[in-house]
Design a protein around this ligand. Structure first.
Ligand code: UTP
Length: 295
């Protein structure tokens, strides 16, 4: 049973510049159709908890950590008189305190890449199987069954790495980690054959197309990963060899190494994801969650 999840949120958020300078990406606000004000952090954390995750490690920059902590403090004593007058504020305050009990902030001192962000959370994971969920996506539907539950359940069955995937057109493959799978007997579950970070469209067409998908569609990472305990030894090994001059420390490197040790699987969840890490995507996510009629 996976009890822990890691959510890397330490990136600079340059695509949300200049707001991202003072407002960490996880605190980008959303107004739901029922009028409730929430944030990316809350939507992600609540979905993980609903999927049975008990503790969540949020990887943040040292600069942003106090901002997240202050948010979850809910204004502390300064807002106490206002909360006393408004029961709705008090209710929100208590729900933030409850959420805080499930969150562990982990600092990534330098932005060396996603693989490094996950490695920074090794003490939190303590050698357990772990979900990794990218901090700039919201999984839909918000109700059951969530795609996170589906990936976690697939992991329980195979006890090997399971990566959530979605389909992208040929024209977009160079923006993603692309994975080729082979359908198993279980619906939506594919056995991973090959993965490649940001291939050219020609390379993807030749080497990374999954049989059964339309010829111009490919599987790309959707931002959720279920890892067995072997991940931690693999990351420790990469850490001993990693040289920042050689470029970004990706998670793909760990996935490639794990694939040499054990099978891995792809799960195409019955859902879609809202990216909110860039202005256009944020606008779409905001309107979608608010139930606006024009999207
Ligand atoms: P991105 O590269 O998409 O997001 O990383 P970013 O760096 O925050 O935003 P841009 O590209 O500058 O606009 C995907 C996720 O991984 C986290 C990011 O915070 C984001 O949630 N991440 C990435 C880390 O936590 N640490 C890293 O070193 C890299």
């Amino acid at each position: 049973m996976i009890r822990k999840a890691i959510v890397p949120m330490a990136g600079l958020g340059t695509r949300l510049y200049p707001v991202g300078v003072v407002l960490p990406k996880g605190l980008m606000p959303f107004v739901l159709a029922d009028g409730k004000l929430t944030t990316g952090l809350q939507l992600i954390a609540e979905t993980l908890l609903r999927a049975g995750i008990e503790q969540i490690g949020i990887v943040v920059s040292p600069e942003n950590r106090p901002v997240y902590e202050a948010f979850l403090e809910g204004g502390g004593e300064r807002y106490a008189p206002a909360r006393a007058k408004r029961p709705e504020m008090q209710r929100i305050y208590e729900s933030l305190r409850t959420l805080r009990g499930h969150l562990n902030f982990i600092e990534q001192p330098e932005l060396l890449g996603l693989g490094h962000a996950v490695w920074c959370a090794r003490s939190f994971a303590c050698g357990e199987p772990t979900l990794v969920f990218l901090g700039d996506h919201i999984p839909l539907p918000l109700g059951d069954p969530t795609p996170i539950q589906q990936v976690a359940q697939a992991y329980e069955t195979v006890q090997c790495p399971v990566y959530g995937v979605h389909r992208v057109p040929r024209s977009k493959v160079s923006a993603y980690g692309i994975l080729r799978g082979e359908l198993t007997d279980a619906p939506r579950l594919y056995r991973l054959q090959r993965l490649y970070e940001k291939p050219t469209p020609d390379y993807a067409q030749q080497h990374l197309h999954t049989e059964g998908l339309p010829s111009d569609e490919f599987f790309a990472h959707s931002g959720i990963y279920a890892f067995p305990p072997a991940l931690w030894e693999t990351l420790d090994h990469i850490a001993t060899q990693y040289d920042p001059a050689s470029g970004e420390w990706t998670l793909t490197d760990a996935q490639q190494r794990l694939l040499k040790q054990m099978p891995a699987y792809l799960y195409e969840a019955e859902s879609h994801w809202l990216d909110f890490g860039a202005t256009h995507e944020y606008r779409h996510a905001f309107c979608y969650l608010a139930g606006c009629s024009d999207v």
